[in-house]
Design a protein around this ligand. Sequence first.
Ligand code: ACO
Length: 337
Amino acid sequence: MDFAARITGTGSAFPKKRVTNDSIVQKLSKLGITTSDEWIRERTGICERRISDVEKPEEHNSSLGFSAAQKALEMAGKSPQSIDQIIYATCSPDTPLPSTACWLQHKIGADHAWAMDINAACSGFIYGLVTAEKFIQSGQVKIALVVGGEVLNPILNWEDRNSCILFGDGAGAAVVEQVPSDSSRRILRSHLRSDGNLWDLLCVPAGGSNMEVTPERYAQKLHKLTMKGKEIFKVAVKTMADFALITLKKNQMTTDDLDWFVPHQANLRIIEAVAKRLKFPMEKVLVNVDRYGNTSAATIPTMLDEANRDGRIKSGQTVLLDAFGAGLTYGSILVRW
Ligand code: ACO
């Protein structure tokens, strides 16, 4: 028998603390850095984001993932014991070792699963979903839990107004189950790619094994995120549009066949430019960047959960997920919901 994969449950969770643009304006002004609510809204579409208090265990990355996963399992009607595989997409793990997936396994009690992290930055959830689909198609996994979660606040450079205004924390989860390959509701197609030549557009230089954080490097903030925003903007618009079309074409579809487009939520202007390039109406583009900022691997699963729960995405509809992220990484998935 041939198998396919279907998303049967979604969930999301965010830290309690809402940080408005005005509170960032105040925070940066204490450091002598100028920004404004108007600039942030106009250039990014972001009004507020959630930021974890990392002193609180319940706001650690895996704890947000745990809350999101519990909601997704409840929707799917599955127990933690039934999970075969946990994939945790993140570039801000709880600890370098063990993986955030293992932290989540410990917290949720998924004793029969095997767990691993995927680091594809903002494309992480797409990479995780495709990986789960392949294991499910192979017959090795019946139920997978795929989480995209980030607590980026500790790696943000709050003296860099170009980047610190963009990001937020949160987690989204999906339960993915094995179904017969002729099921109409399933993951239909996907397309993944990366370009490591563009590694320097978005990176955290120190803190890995090739650059220990010494006091000098700490002072230079080399353990914090650094970004070439303008360059990323251009690549993102082109590749997201290209990837959307490639995945649709692989399935003999066009944008006319789509009910919803769920892009990675990095910047509203990027999203609008991609929609324009695709000649796709913004009314069918799902957006939450205004309320949560760029939560990296969490943007797509949290957006999916919101629209799934409020009834915008309906059973049988065709949804295209499309992401880009540090690496650079790219990926899109076509889903019949
Ligand atoms: N407040 C006020 N002014 C600012 C701020 C700020 N927060 N940040 C930059 N500026 C200034 C710049 O210094 C510049 O001033 P200058 O003209 O005197 O030099 C001016 O605003 C214009 O700067 P630009 O860089 O041209 O602004 P742009 O319109 O390109 O917007 C931004 C910058 C928001 C970073 C945009 O390029 C962007 O969103 N890029 C993509 C970033 C991204 O998506 N990153 C994550 C992708 S991967 C992932 O999701 C993990």
